[in-house]
Design a protein around this ligand. Structure first.
Ligand SMILES: NC(=O)C1=CN([C@@H]2O[C@H](COP(=O)(O)OP(=O)(O)OC[C@H]3O[C@@H](n4cnc5c(N)ncnc54)[C@H](OP(=O)(O)O)[C@@H]3O)[C@@H](O)[C@H]2O)C=CC1
Ligand SMILES: Cc1cn([C@H]2C[C@H](O)[C@@H](COP(=O)(O)OP(=O)(O)O[C@H]3O[C@@H](C)C(=O)[C@@H](O)[C@H]3O)O2)c(=O)[nH]c1=O
Length: 294
């Protein structure tokens, strides 16, 4: 199965690349803006800018992949909030271009998206049929990216993931679980929000869920995340307990007290019932995921 992974240096994209590269059935190409952060076997690596539409057109036309997976994005909400044009180019225009290329090449397009498409006003887990209403520009651009995929590609999956965690490679961004661990290990306090609820996702579960999606041709949205909905403060306490660190360094605060520059949904837990039922998706527990962060 010829597979192109765009954003192959990213936290999620690299895990998908590593996971698929252990299996012989995949003929893999990884593509990212910068050079390969950890060169490995069993794949070809191409440096390309997804904002350079002709370069991406040529790459996809040359490979004619069975599947294209897009893990590239401008994925820092605070940055997107103050850089709308850049966010629009990466999260909408580049995605629309990839979708068009996939359509021409007959490729299935698996595109990563986010829980931040929702406004967080619901009191229960969001399903794939709930209507998005993003509260920050990152969420707006990611929602528009999803729409561009659906409008331009006839074989696609928009995959929403949430607070992705696991062990990062040098040069990759960390995650809130890693940050809590690092701070507590250094004996430093950390302020964490107690009123923002999420379904955190172990990065390997995304790789497994995406692989399942490669082997079906059903169109639509898929929620791929953990199956526990927790506040960020709850997550921090679970980190402290798992790594036997000092809980008293965790300072729970409200969103109002945190005074973040970028608005975030209060509650954006996602339901994974569809993925469980149709894909047999079975995510690991938070503790199982944290085991790789030891
Ligand atoms: N991390 C999270 O908690 C969450 C992530 N998501 C979504 O999941 C997806 C993956 O996120 P995550 O793993 O954090 O991503 P990262 O931010 O770790 O990686 C994104 C990658 O995109 C690549 N990239 C950025 N700009 C370009 C460009 N112009 N051309 C080519 N490649 C580019 C970068 O490559 P290079 O390193 O080579 O510059 C980078 O490594 C994104 O769609 C994100 O919106 C959704 C919810 C939560
Ligand atoms: C850094 C930090 C974050 N938080 C909270 C804010 C937020 O609810 C949560 C995660 O914060 P982060 O800054 O890691 O990420 P944030 O920008 O909130 O998270 C998002 O990333 C993008 C890419 C997404 O698509 C979302 O799904 C989500 O995971 O932790 C604290 O409570 N204390 C802290 O010191």
């Amino acid at each position: 199965m010829k597979t192109l992974i765009i954003g192959a240096n990213g936290f999620t994209g690299r895990r998908i690349l590593q996971s698929l590269s252990r299996q012989e059935i995949y003929e893999l190409t990884g593509c990212s803006l910068h050079e390969d952060i950890l060169p490995g076997n069993n794949y070809r690596f191409v440096q390309a800018d997804m904002n350079n539409h002709p370069a991406i057109d040529r790459l996809i036309a040359e490979i004619r992949p069975d599947v294209v997976i897009n893990g590239s994005a401008l994925s820092v909400p605070d940055y997107c909030e103050s850089h709308h044009e850049e966010a629009y180019a990466a999260n909408v225009l580049a995605v629309e271009n990839i979708a068009r290329c996939c359509e021409r090449a007959g490729s299935r397009f698996i595109h990563l998206s986010t829980d931040f498409v929702f406004d967080g006003k619901k009191a229960e887990l969001y399903t794939e049929t709930d209507t998005p209403a993003p509260v920050n520009y990152y969420g707006i651009s990611k929602y528009q990216g999803e729409q561009a995929v659906a409008a331009n590609c006839s074989n696609y999956a928009n995959v929403r993931v949430v607070v992705v965690y696991g062990k990062a490679l040098p040069g990759q961004h960390g995650n809130i679980l890693q940050l809590v661990k690092n701070r507590l290990q250094a004996g430093q306090e950390i302020r964490v929000v107690s009123d923002q609820y999420r379904t955190p996702t172990w990065v390997q579960d995304i790789a497994d869920g995406v692989e399942k999606l490669m082997h079906i041709s059903q169109n639509g949205i898929w929620h791929i995340c953990g199956d526990e909905c927790l506040s960020i403060a709850d997550i921090a306490y679970r980190v402290a307990d798992y790594f036997k660190l000092d809980r008293s360094l965790i300072v729970p605060v409200t969103t109002e007290e945190m005074n973040e520059a970028t608005p975030r949904p209060r509650f954006s837990g996602l339901s994974i019932e569809k993925a469980k039922r149709i894909l047999g998706y079975a995510p690991h527990s938070l503790e199982e995921g944290m085991a790789e962060m030891k």
